[in-house]
Design a protein around this ligand. Structure first.
Ligand code: SF4
Ligand code: SF4
Length: 302
């Protein structure tokens, strides 16, 4: 693998927090804590052990108060948002007062929802989407990636508890060197055991944060897992599940997968290289992470 600096590498390891919401942005998210109870080997935003919930809370309340009218989508991210416990529900309710119709997309590892009493507190809240990563159908692989023994069991229990309250769930699979070989098995597992999820998102790796530190364990060029990805995606689509591919440039995908690719990378960290200006797919392509230290050398115009 060549390390080629196609886009300017802009990550300085600091916590990214928006100062304002922008009606034209594709990413209006509230960063609620840098703490997390997982330590995923490819985490783009490495968790920090610091008591920051109250300081982010105050900033986020100001962000909501000053946000423009008409936002249709608001994210809640971290770190792990459920570490706010009851405060997460209060935050969601606060957003709902300002934006009753907006979709609130909570990115969580799902472990806190293994507690049905906590899960039940979200039951009456409408327009919520829980984005939850499942790294493998094989518990040991999942726990190896999260570096927390038992996290697979808690996440799976969380998924079932959320399903029991009728929550909308997006299952997120960040493809890496440790889980790509079992993508076809994972697709069968989802179909048999998690058919209630609303969306399944296969995601390319952002080579920043812990991915740099664990490069040899997690990095794989997307071009090298196309066979497994194609099998998994085509399986799920044939079984009528709503499947998409995020964060992988179209030129790295097999043509059979083009129609599943979404323009997904947040506008504040996407970049295109010179060659992209000659590409017929640029208007549909997610582009590249400007924050990634490594890019695939196989990027070329279509
Ligand atoms: S669950 Fe998310 S925030 Fe926590 S370590 Fe894993 S990738 Fe990072
Ligand atoms: S060459 Fe085309 S498909 Fe490849 S990254 Fe650029 S715009 Fe996307």
């Amino acid at each position: 693998m060549n390390m080629i600096g196609l886009c300017q590498y802009s990550n300085n390891g600091s916590i990214e927090m928006k100062m304002n919401f922008d009606i034209n942005s594709n990413d209006n998210s509230l960063f609620v804590t840098s703490q997390c109870n997982n330590r995923c080997l490819m985490c783009a935003q490495p968790p920090l052990n610091r008591d920051d919930i109250d300081s982010f809370w105050n900033k986020n309340i100001k962000l909501i108060d000053n946000a423009p009218n008409g936002l249709t989508n608001i994210g809640i991210t971290g770190g792990e948002p459920t570490l706010l416990q009851e405060k997460l529900i209060h935050l969601v309710e606060y957003i709902k007062l300002r934006y009753p119709e907006s979709l609130i997309h909570i990115l969580t590892n799902g472990r806190a929802f293994s507690d049905i009493r906590y899960t039940m507190k979200f039951k009456e809240i409408s327009n919520l989407l829980f984005g939850i990563p499942l790294h493998s159908d094989f518990s040991i692989d999942h726990d190896t990636i999260t570096q927390v023994k038992g996290s697979y069991t808690e996440t799976m229990k969380g998924l079932y508890n959320l399903a029991s309250i009728g929550a909308d769930i997006e299952l997120r699979i960040v493809i890496n060197k440790m889980n790509y070989q079992r993508l076809p098995q994972l697709s069968e597992f989802i179909w048999k055991n998690l058919p209630f999820v609303a969306y399944i998102s296969f995601m390319g790796l952002e080579d920043t944060g812990y991915s740099i530190k664990n490069h040899n364990k997690v990095w794989i060029d997307p071009i090298d897992y196309q066979k497994e990805l194609e099998k998994a995606v085509v399986n799920l689509a044939e079984w009528k599940l709503d499947v998409s591919i995020f964060n992988i440039p179209i030129c790295l995908l097999k043509p059979s997968l083009y129609k599943f690719a979404k323009k997904s990378i947040s506008d504040w960290k996407v970049c295109y290289i010179d060659a992209c200006s000659k590409c017929s797919k640029k208007h549909e392509c997610c582009g590249l992470f400007s924050t990634s230290k490594i890019q695939s050398p196989s990027i070329k115009p279509i």
